[in-house]
Design a protein around this ligand. Structure first.
Ligand code: AMP
Ligand code: GLY
Length: 425
């Protein structure tokens, strides 16, 4: 069978890598892919971007099913376009993808359906937003309403910082349409975890849990990024907490979307903040919904899947996820992101990647911001690589990942040296 993965980051490399290893798969096409998918076995890049191009390609190649990686094509209605053409695709419709593409929509949805989340208000007027911040005090969180590639959130320690964020988002237009409204919300404390499920409109299959590291620097310092590393499973999500998340967050979300007339299909990622206390009562709130898998969470999650993932997707697009099961490697997987110089502010591009470790069964370098330029591997900016390993413990996984990173080189490379710290005793 031939498959299509839409996207070109580390998440899509990992999805394509896992799918390409299934016995029945002839080729996984990745649109547009990156330097890693350009050279991988059974994987082929295709340069397509619009919905029309993607639909025409899927028809011509008789693609068995398509998986959408990033949020932008979902928000652009790629799932609607494929379904209208009678093609199988895994992802939410454009309307359902508002759970991610509009923070205001997501917050109103959670309040309407009693899904626990931080208290908030939405503003379009800078003066009103500033007054609200002054009245609430700091710390406080300011979020651009629309998609901002992980950079539209400011966790402000002071009133002044929050007001500056408002001025930047609502005032000077630097966030474009994404900043036409801001959501201002209560600052939550606790430990974050990523809880990702597959949905078929009626049934839900939970994937392994994971934890991301959003800040640029060691010790969770520095600016927010798209994610500097992740590991799976996340020990904070005990079986008891897992049950609570399904009952208090995932099931009400599925039911709420169905009641709103938008039955949810695709990956659903709940970013959670878990406060202190015993599992039965510790605070559990949704920070955000994403309508896709996480990046870099996908990389460790894909390393741990032992089942044939094509079968899971086939059941998902047929509305039969209740029959699906995934066998997980019991080991821990951990991925460390290697980013370009000056990421996330103004990542440099065009550096030559002159040294990479060899992939093995337990260590894979997933590419993100790379391209093959006349046979030379170069950076295209942002997060460049995610070195991902499997090992018996988080500590061993850390040692293996940083051992492999010592064999990675491009000018200006930067990475955190403490990925997984919360899970190391
Ligand atoms: P979001 O894109 O909404 O997940 O926000 C990105 C990051 O900002 C999250 O992963 C958190 O680290 C942080 N964040 C977002 N909302 C809050 C909040 N209400 N309280 C504390 N931190 C937050
Ligand atoms: N790693 C966080 C995200 O994908 O949104």
């Amino acid at each position: 069978m031939k498959l299509l993965v839409i996207g070109g980051g580390g998440r899509e490399h990992a999805l394509a890598w896992r799918l390409a290893r299934a016995p029945r798969v002839q080729t996984v096409f990745v649109a547009p892919g990156n330097g890693g998918t350009a050279t991988a076995q059974n994987i082929q890049n295709v340069s397509l971007s619009t919905n029309e191009e993607l639909v025409a390609f899927a028809q011509k190649e008789k693609i068995a099913f398509t998986v959408v990686g990033p949020e932008a094509p979902l928000a652009a209605g790629v799932v609607d376009a494929f379904r209208a053409a009678g093609l199988k695709i895994f992802g939410p419709t454009q309307a359902a993808a508002q759970l991610e593409s509009s923070k205001d929509y997501a917050k109103a949805f959670m309040v309407r359906h009693n899904i626990p989340t931080a208290a908030y208000q939405t503003f379009t007027d800078p003066a009103e937003a500033r007054a609200y911040i002054a009245a609430q005090g700091a710390p406080i969180v300011v979020k651009a309403d629309g998609l901002a590639a992980g950079k539209g959130v400011v966790v402000a320690a002071t009133v002044q910082e929050a007001q500056q964020a408002v001025d930047q988002m609502l005032g000077d237009g630097s966030f474009g349409a994404a900043g036409a409204r801001v959501v201002i919300e209560e600052c939550l404390q606790g430990e974050e975890a990523s809880f990702i499920v597959m949905c078929d409109g009626r049934n839900v299959l939970a994937l392994a849990t994971s934890q991301d590291h959003k800040r640029l620097k060691d010790g969770d310092q520095g600016p927010n990024t798209g994610g500097m590393g992740a590991y799976s499973p996340a020990p904070v999500i005990t079986p008891a907490l897992h049950n609570r998340i399904m009952r208090e967050v995932i099931q009400p979300t599925m039911a709420g979307m169905a009641r709103d007339g938008l039955p949810y299909t695709g990956f659903l990622y709940a970013g959670l903040m878990i406060g202190d206390g015993p599992d039965a009562t510790r605070p559990l709130k949704v920070l955000e919904f994403n309508c896709r898998m996480g990046d870099p969470e996908t990389q460790p999650i894909m390393m741990r899947i032992k089942s044939d993932l094509t079968k899971v997707f086939e059941l998902a697009v047929a509305g039969r996820l209740d029959e699906a099961d995934i066998e997980w490697d019991r080991r821990c997987a951990l991925g460390v992101v290697v980013a370009a110089k000056d990421y996330p502010a103004q990542p440099r591009t065009g550096d030559i990647i002159d040294c990479l470790p060899q992939d093995t069964d337990d260590c894979v370098v997933f590419h993100a911001g790379t391209k093959l330029d006349n046979g030379v591997l170069k950076t295209t900016g942002g997060r460049v690589l995610c070195v991902t390993v499997l090992a018996d413990s988080v500590k061993r996984a850390q040692a293996a990942a940083y051992g492999a990173i010592a064999q990675t080189h491009f000018d200006g490379q930067q990475y955190r040296s403490d990925i997984g710290w919360r899970a190391v005793p």
